[in-house]
Ligand binder design. Structure first.
Ligand code: URA
Ligand code: ZN
Length: 364
């Protein structure tokens, strides 16, 4: 898509070489190994993928760990700048005693990868979540000193009790003070029994298409209900996959809150409460990784055309056919942006890149 203003991909992952080595040294989820007779390496990160079927894990090629492949992908799809983030499941599973070192090593490695392509790559850092809140806050303060870090990627588990955990508030405050945005990304989905007895026949469709977005929606709704956005009023969150289903469900969530006798009895409905709509327009940004005009219009209406940002989810969702040039998953998102914002050139340029440049301060 020809455009004078930059195209910025804020949802694009890496598994840097030291993280790949860590995964190769393991035999429990998450791990990387081959399954003979095939010599090909497979990445297994979800219990649902760890079964002896042809869909066991995903193939891991250079697009996962070789940063020059990221640049080639960007060039192929006219992407000027990428804000790279470690892919799920991050360091959620690392033993407590190793968390601080692992986060430092990976964040330094990712920052150094950005330095190889100045101006083209920035990053969201990774937090040592299993290390406890003091260790996490120290890494947030260190991230602020790294040249290319513009925020952190975060899953939905927090310190183990979710993102509505009051013990997480010092972490959110540290992020607010450091002016680092949180890129909230799903990994765990929903309990596997919700997919039914025939789930194995449906590949990864149900957990990826529904489990991921619902996980994000639930995590952020719990944050809203806990009052996190009143307690840490400047916290900035970028929600993956256009907020899961949050733009579509915001009205229902808000109505359920307003009609809840328990919340009323606890005095939680009065002045000072931020509504879901207010939070969407002041604390939340949404990526544009929704693959359809209807969903993208909902994201733009819910948060504003100045708060939605293009993404690809590379290296996930490559074409299944070898030799295909441009990725359909990327082109679908470009088409949705074009369709949803055809009447607003400024809005389209914002979503494609200038919002990300402004919000994430993408200059060096
Ligand atoms: N699958 C994943 O595990 N992560 C993503 O970000 C996308 C697809
Ligand atoms: Zn992703």
């Amino acid at each position: 898509m020809a455009s004078q203003s930059p195209i910025v991909d804020i949802h694009t992952h890496v598994y840097p070489p030291s993280y790949v080595d860590l995964l190769k040294s393991r035999s429990a989820i998450p791990y990387i190994r081959s399954f003979p007779p095939s010599p090909d390496l497979r990445l297994v990160i979800l219990p649902a993928e760890d079964t002896a079927s042809t869909s066991r894990g995903r193939p891991v090629g250079p697009a996962y760990y070789d940063i020059t492949e990221k640049i080639k992908f960007m060039d192929l799809h006219s992407i000027d700048i990428s804000v790279i983030s470690l892919a799920n499941p991050w360091l959620d599973w690392v033993p407590e005693s190793e968390a601080a070192d692992a986060a430092r090593r990976i964040n330094d490695e990712v920052d150094a990868e950005c330095a190889r392509f100045p101006g083209r790559l920035f990053a969201f850092g990774t937090l040592p979540l299993s290390g406890g809140s003091e260790v996490i806050v120290r890494e947030i303060e260190r991230l602020k000193t790294l040249t290319y870090m513009r925020g952190v990627i975060l899953g939905t588990t927090g310190l183990g009790k979710g993102l509505d955990d009051p013990e997480l508030l010092p972490v959110f405050e540290a992020l607010q003070n450091a002016k680092l945005a949180v890129f909230l990304h799903p990994h765990y989905g929903l309990p596997s029994q919700v997919w039914g007895e025939r789930a194995g026949e449906y590949g990864h469709v149900l957990p990826l298409a529904l489990g991921f977005p619902l996980e994000t929606t639930i995590a952020v709704t719990r944050m809203i209900l806990s009052g996190a956005f009143e307690k840490v009023p400047e916290l900035q969150m970028i929600l993956a996959h256009s907020g899961g289903t949050l733009p579509f469900l915001a009205g229902r969530i808000e109505s359920c809150i307003e009609h809840d006798a328990h919340l009323k009895a606890k005095g939680r409905l009065g002045a000072g409460r931020k509504t879901v709509w207010e939070i969407l327009k002041s604390n939340i940004y949404l990526d544009a990784v929704i693959y359809g005009e209807v969903g993208l219009k909902a994201a733009v209406q819910a948060s504003g055309e100045d708060r939605v940002m293009f993404g690809t989810d590379h290296p996930f969702f490559p074409p299944l056919e070898e030799g295909t040039e441009k990725w359909a998953s990327v082109e679908t998102n470009y088409t949705a942006i074009k369709g949803a914002l055809e009447s607003s050139k400024e809005g389209m340029q914002g979503v494609l890149g200038s919002n990300a440049v402004r919000v994430l301060n993408l200059s060096i």
